[in-house]
Design a protein around this ligand. Structure first.
Ligand code: ASP
Length: 362
């Protein structure tokens, strides 16, 4: 299955009896600002141990169900998160799937949207909440946003309908009062607390005095289906963002990368590219060689419609596949996931065109 060695470091932080509905949450700390404190001597940010959580967030005591914790050792800045870390998370969740009713992942904000997108594909058949959160200010800082983000994420991960099924059985990001589908989310702000957006899909819940769930937009899978964890990812892909004046040798170099299997092409507007013959020829030749080229727009809102303008239509004719309203994060991780299955190019193109985990609107 996997070559990951998993050092389970779970320990009960609140050793309370199980609740009637067997609610329990596993809190996984991967790293990032939320779990850091200021070093009193030099002011730098250093990771702290999850055992210190209770000291900083005594409100955790008020949850009337067990919360166990697992900490990455060492915790990592999310710039260092990638396929190995995603596999590790999938392994932790699948190994503990029967034991917990929900999972909360504390993660650096920088690549949180990539991790959330990857997990949405890798945790096939997920029917329990997996909520990623983090913060812009460390938890030990007085004005931290981490406290509310963490407490509300735990509340959402444990929320059930009256028939005791989970309210949000999908991979989400909770940040600054908004619950968003993970594979629809991007980090949009390096400074504000309000740092994430789901541009092309409604928020799944808003937290004010009450947590208001947007039930019609929450995705449900058959709870009877077992979780099917996937570990195989292929990273032979590249992202090319078009810009006015882009040179042929740049495109040539990228498309000529040995073993390149797929390219995410970030185009203009509704999926348009310069109508230069050299560009269309290069793209067409790559598609004919079997490289999957997926067209997503550089705009934050809206979708690719290659049949709308001639400059988009010519891309479609060259063999480029529509990425619809996908985020870059979702397109990149979905390609890694599909290529990891070793599907032929046409099958990857077909699957890029349909939503696997609610990541695109078709
Ligand atoms: N560099 C940090 C990280 O992504 C920033 C954060 O946690 O917000 O791990």
């Amino acid at each position: 299955m996997t070559n990951i060695s998993l050092y389970l470091q779970c320990f009960m932080i609140y050793n309370r009896p199980m609740t009637p509905h067997n609610t329990s949450v596993l809190l996984i700390y991967t790293g990032g600002t939320i779990g850091m404190m200021e070093n009193a001597e030099n002011g730098t940010l250093v990771n702290f141990n999850l055992e210190q959580l209770q000291k900083h967030i005594p409100e955790l005591q008020k949850f009337d169900f067990p919360i166990d914790t697992y900490q990455f050792d060492p915790p990592i800045d999310s710039s260092d998160m990638g396929p190995n870390g995603w596999r590790k998370l999938v392994n932790i969740i699948s190994e503990n799937y029967g034991r917990y009713s929900g999972f909360v992942i504390l993660h650096g904000t920088d690549t949180m949207a990539y991790t959330a997108s990857a997990l949405s594909f890798m945790l096939d058949g997920l029917s329990k909440p997996v909520i990623l959160t983090g913060s812009q200010l460390p938890i030990g800082v007085i004005r931290t946003d981490g406290k509310e983000n963490l407490l509300t994420s735990i509340e959402i991960a444990s929320a059930r309908h009256p028939d005791s099924t989970p309210i949000v059985p999908e991979v989400c990001i909770y940040f600054e009062s908004h619950l968003m589908r993970g594979n629809r989310t991007s980090k949009i702000n390096a400074e504000d607390f309000n740092a994430f957006r789901s541009h092309n899909y409604p928020v799944l819940a808003s937290a004010g005095i009450h947590i208001r769930y947007n039930n019609v937009h929450i995705r449900h899978t058959d709870p009877e289906q077992p979780l099917k964890p996937h570990y195989l990812l292929n990273t032979d892909i590249a992202v090319l963002k078009l810009f006015p004046g882009i040179q042929e040798n740049v495109v040539e170099a990228l498309l000529g990368v040995p073993h390149l299997k797929a390219l995410v092409l970030e185009t203009y507007g509704s999926g348009n590219a310069p109508s230069k013959d050299w560009l269309l020829n290069r793209l067409q030749q790559a598609c004919e060689r079997g490289t999957v080229i997926v067209n997503i727009t550089q705009c934050h809102y809206g979708t690719v419609e290659m049949e709308r303008y001639d400059t988009g239509y010519r891309l479609a004719k060259a063999g480029v596949t529509s990425g619809h309203d996908s985020t870059t994060e979702a397109a990149v991780t979905k390609l890694m996931f599909l290529l990891g299955h070793n599907y032929p190019s046409d099958e990857v193109r077909r699957l890029m065109d349909i939503p696997l985990a609610g990541e695109i609107t078709v």
